[in-house]
Design a binder for this molecule. Structure first.
Ligand code: NAD
Length: 479
């Protein structure tokens, strides 16, 4: 892999700026490599390369041949599993076990969509006598992907695999904080035989390469994952070019525990839903709503679990890794200061392992109790290993509270009552609802996306393929 370059047409190129961005290991705070500071001229080149590939070899390739390439890539990712996991862990700070799981999921995306390439078909619509009506599913053309730093490899697979499977060619602007796995996977794509220009990766700052891609008149679809504020800017730029977008903008997802829940089954899931990836997960279960009668018991037991959680470097491979960067640590510490200022009680707190390297961006996971539902702590995405707990008195209040933020991405419901399970599943405005579980292991097959400020459009599963195609109606009058 070539440090400090952009990847266009299956080759490494110097960025037009001639400059690089330092890459910091979140476990140590030390710079260990550099990436290119891509800017508009690089994005222009990447979009032109993707357009040429789309109008050239990629659109002429039979769907099952595209599928074979995606399968080869999936196999190549698995063949380089440990190498990619080490890259991902160092780049993001995540514990090795999490990095390994992420690379497996990335390979699964390419495997799943490889199988879907030749199964994505349109419709024949019954109409008047003398007509045959076809609804064809066509790729948009060139897709832009702006990706965040929390799950680089997974999100590369989540966006690029369905886009290519549907017949598009892609330009990726990864996050400046963590994108090394993208660059290595792009290189693997060239090695397994993807034609030039099908995938292009331009690292750089959001305000430079990101903005240039978002505004580009040569892209036909934009997928963005990240903050609500940046998402609004990217969406506005795309609107000026009248292109469709998929926006995945995070959440403040509730885990709702009723008195009849199987608490032994729930406790490890409740904890994992917030500490996974140190809470830097769009779908983190970051609000805990518990039926009043069992509130103290749940808080006590979950608090004890939090007390045992340990934080350390990616190589120490403990329960939690560091946050991505100093700025993110400051942001999370800012929320914790707000909690202290409001006299919010800590019901359980993990610890940073004494052997964790100095200079890493570590914060101990915390369970905060009795947080007022309208407080910033209960409304805003903290994006750290902090869960806020609050009691509810009945089903109606649980629904109100679950729906009581600007977000609507994920939701977990813990109850043995079948009727209640379905009432809540229907009443809660959330892109995914889990009953007696949370996340279902990530499932690449399961449509995923938000209501409200969590965004729009759906990723994963067949829904993603539909999003990466436009329907063209062909009406044939044959008499
Ligand atoms: P961000 O939304 O600013 O960055 C996400 C991606 O957008 C990165 O690739 C970035 O380079 C790019 N970007 C930034 N500004 C851009 C612009 N003007 N035009 C085009 N692209 C641009 O997020 P962040 O600053 O890294 O993190 C801030 C907060 O966002 C976090 O604390 C968290 O709450 C949230 N976040 C959510 C997710 C998620 O998965 N939904 C991921 C990352 C961050």
């Amino acid at each position: 892999m070539t440090a400090g370059k952009v990847f266009i047409n299956n080759k490494w190129h110097e960025p037009a700026s001639g400059e690089t961005i330092s890459v910091v290991d979140p476990s140590t705070g030390e710079t260990f490599t550099k990436i290119a500071r891509g800017t508009k001229p690089d994005v222009d080149k990447a979009v032109a390369a993707a357009r040429a590939a789309f109008e050239g070899p990629w659109s002429r390739m039979a769907p099952h041949e595209r599928g074979r390439l995606l399968n080869k890539l999936s196999e190549a990712i698995l063949a380089h599993h440990e190498e990619l996991s080490q890259i991902e862990a160092r780049d993001t700070g995540k514990p090795m076990k999490q990095a390994r799981a992420d690379i497996t999921v990335c390979a699964r995306y390419f495997e799943f969509y490889a199988g879907a390439c030749d199964k994505l078909h349109g419709d024949v619509i019954p109409f008047k006598e003398g007509y045959t009506i076809l609804a064809l599913r066509e790729p948009h053309g060139v897709t832009g992907h702006i990706i965040p730093w929390n799950y680089p490899a997974q999100m590369f697979g989540r966006g690029v695999a369905p886009a290519l499977a549907a017949g598009n060619c892609s330009v990726v602007k990864p996050a400046e904080d963590a994108c090394l796995s993208h660059l290595r996977i792009a290189e693997l794509m060239a090695e397994v035989g993807f034609p030039e220009g099908v995938i292009n990766v331009v690292p750089g700052y959001g305000r430079e390469a990101g903005a240039a891609l978002a505004e580009h008149t040569g892209i036909d679809h934009m997928s963005f994952t990240g903050s609500t504020v940046t998402g609004a800017n990217v969406g506005a730029a795309a609107a000026k070019n009248h292109i469709p977008t998929t926006m995945e903008l995070g959440g403040k997802s509730p885990q709702v525990v009723f008195a009849d829940a199987d608490l032994d089954a729930a406790l490890p899931v409740l904890a994992n839903a917030i500490i996974q990836n140190a809470g830097q997960t769009c779908s983190a279960g970051s609000r805990l709503l518990v039926e009043q009668s069992h509130y103290e018991e749940v808080i006590e037991k979950l608090g004890a679990r939090f007390g045992n959680l340990r934080v350390g470097s990616s190589q120490q491979d403990l329960d939690c890794g560091p946050l991505i960067r100093g700025g993110q640590l400051d942001r999370v510490l800012g929320f914790l200061k707000l909690a202290a200022d409001a006299n919010v009680k800590v019901a359980g707190k993990g610890s940073v392992d004494p052997a964790a390297p100095e200079g890493g961006f570590y914060v101990a996971p915390q369970l905060l109790r009795d947080v007022p539902p309208n407080h910033t702590l209960a409304q805003d995405e903290i994006f750290g290993p902090v869960i806020v707990a609050m009691p509810f008195k009945d089903e109606a209040e649980a629904i109100r509270m679950a729906n009581g933020t600007a977000y609507g991405l994920n939701c977990g419901i813990w109850t043995r009552d079948g009727g209640r399970q379905m009432r809540l599943a229907k009443a809660i405005r959330s892109g995914q609802v889990y009953i007696n579980d949370y996340g279902a292991g990530g499932g690449v097959e399961l449509p995923f996306g938000g209501f409200k400020h969590s965004g729009h459009g759906r990723e994963k599963g067949f829904e993603a393929l539909y999003g990466f195609t436009a329907v063209k109606t062909v009406a044939i009058k044959h008499g």
